[in-house]
Design a protein around this ligand. Structure first.
Ligand code: PMP
Length: 426
């Protein structure tokens, strides 16, 4: 029994899916203690959009440490925070004509959601919040209340109050307009749904199975929010920071959420950082009302400022579009080549899902892929969707190498096929 099995809680999850001990990482690859390389299509669940240890960020961090820069400062003003705020305003907000205040919440995604829900209730003086089927917003008590999956909800043994769930776009099949149900529930005083403080949504449900909301649906939800004085919270924690092709995932729709939660890749290289963007009229906090010791990790600010350089020109957006189109073409070709697995590919930008008819096959493919040198996660309530989430900076050859492993794993897991012994592509 190794030290992890002996001493680390049974709560361990990813160390079970990827049973090795990792030591080094670079770009789109992880290396284990034996020096074995793995292509990373998981990218820290969206925290590593710029890959592992991007050199410019690593150098900026080393320089900051060597200069004796402040590491911990609660929410005091520091030079590192100032630089981040100025660069965020310059590169992200101003070019998009967006006027938002920034709240640095405690370090993880769920903390940004907690802050958003608390603020929305405070502003509107309403209790209820509407969330959607298959939503994932985090696992602290408030965020868990708006997270749909029973696997997470049942472990809490507590009441999850003040949340109502509505069907997400496509939940009832392509022909059913779920927006009509939401619209009627909000306008009908006998719908049983209390008028909510907020509607919280992911434009692409990542943990929920790579479910992509259509532009018209998102615009419809935003209109309903306007009509009823409901705050729209977009949880861009996993699919923000470029994942869908633009910095914010909702840019394709033209909507302007009242509150936007960002985390994961906002810090550039995996350091803990979360923030909430607030339309100025909703910034009704009293000083220090929602506080915490770790709000604003200066090392995260240093790396995050460096990461914003990717967004200073249009080049990066063009690169994501090209890689995304390549992923889509390859996954469609794979599904067509192997009709027996009845896999359905879908995606936008550089988040793609391959839905398998059988969850057991999907899981077998993911573990076989790991054996062949690829890290890839399964998502969806049926645990039957392979989620392709490579770093946005991945080169085409590595992207192809990872997709080749998936193809090889699909073949290797076919009934009666001899186990493949191919080494992972380099
Ligand atoms: N919202 C979304 C959309 C997420 O994907 C996640 C993390 N998977 C969270 C919230 C919670 O973030 P964290 O795990 O950092 O608390």
């Amino acid at each position: 029994m190794n030290i992890f099995q002996r001493r680390e809680s049974e709560i361990r999850s990813y160390s079970r899916s990827y049973p090795t001990i990792f030591e080094r990482a670079e770009g789109a690859r992880l290396f284990d203690r034996e020096g074995r390389p793995y292509v990373d299509f998981f990218a820290g669940a969206g925290a590593l959009n710029y890959g592992h240890n991007p050199p410019a960020m690593r150098e900026a961090l080393i320089a900051y440490l060597q200069e004796g820069g402040v590491l911990h400062s609660l929410d005091m003003a520091t030079v590192a925070k100032q630089r981040f705020l100025e660069r965020f305003e310059e590169v992200i907000l101003e070019p998009r004509g967006m006027d938002y205040k920034l709240q640095f919440t405690a370090p993880t995604g769920t903390n940004a959601i907690e802050a958003a829900l608390k603020l929305a209730r405070r502003v509107t003086k309403r209790r209820n919040v509407i969330a959607f089927t298959n939503a994932y917003h985090g696992l602290s008590a408030g965020a868990l209340a708006v997270t749909a999956n029973r696997h997470f909800r049942h472990e809490a043994w507590t009441q999850r109050l003040d949340a109502s769930f509505m069907p997400f776009d496509g939940y009832l099949g392509a022909g059913v307009d779920t927006l009509a149900y939401l619209r009627r529930s909000l306008s009908d005083t006998s719908s049983g749904i209390d008028l909510p403080a907020a509607i919280v949504l992911e434009t692409v449900q990542a943990e929920g199975g790579v479910n992509i909301a259509r532009t018209e649906w998102l615009q419809g939800v935003a209109d309903l929010c306007q009509q009823h004085g409901i705050l729209l919270i977009v949880d861009d924690i996993q699919v923000g920071c470029g994942r869908t092709g633009s910095f914010f995932s909702f840019e394709r729709t033209g909507i302007r959420p009242d509150l936007i939660a960002l985390s994961k890749s906002i810090s550039g290289c995996g350091l803990p950082m979360s923030l909430l963007l607030i339309k100025p009229e909703h910034d009704q906090w009293k000083p220090g009302e929602h506080t915490g010791t770790f709000r604003g990790n200066n090392l995260a600010f240093v790396a995050a400022t460096e990461a914003l350089n990717y967004w200073a020109t249009a080049e990066f957006t063009a690169q994501i579009a090209a890689r995304g189109a390549h992923m889509s073409a390859r996954l469609h070709a794979l599904a067509a080549e192997l009709p027996e697995i009845e896999a359905k590919p879908r995606g936008v930008g550089m988040i793609h899902g391959l839905e398998f008819k059988q969850a057991s096959r999907c899981q077998a493919v993911a573990s076989e892929a790991f054996q062949q040198g690829l890290i890839i996660e399964i998502c969806g309530s049926g645990k039957n969707v392979l989620k392709f989430l490579p770093p946005l900076t991945i080169d085409e050859a590595t992207l192809d190498a990872g997709i080749d492993i998936v193809r090889s794993a699909v073949l290797a897991t076919a009934k009666g096929s001899p186990a493949l012994t191919t080494a992972p592509s380099e």
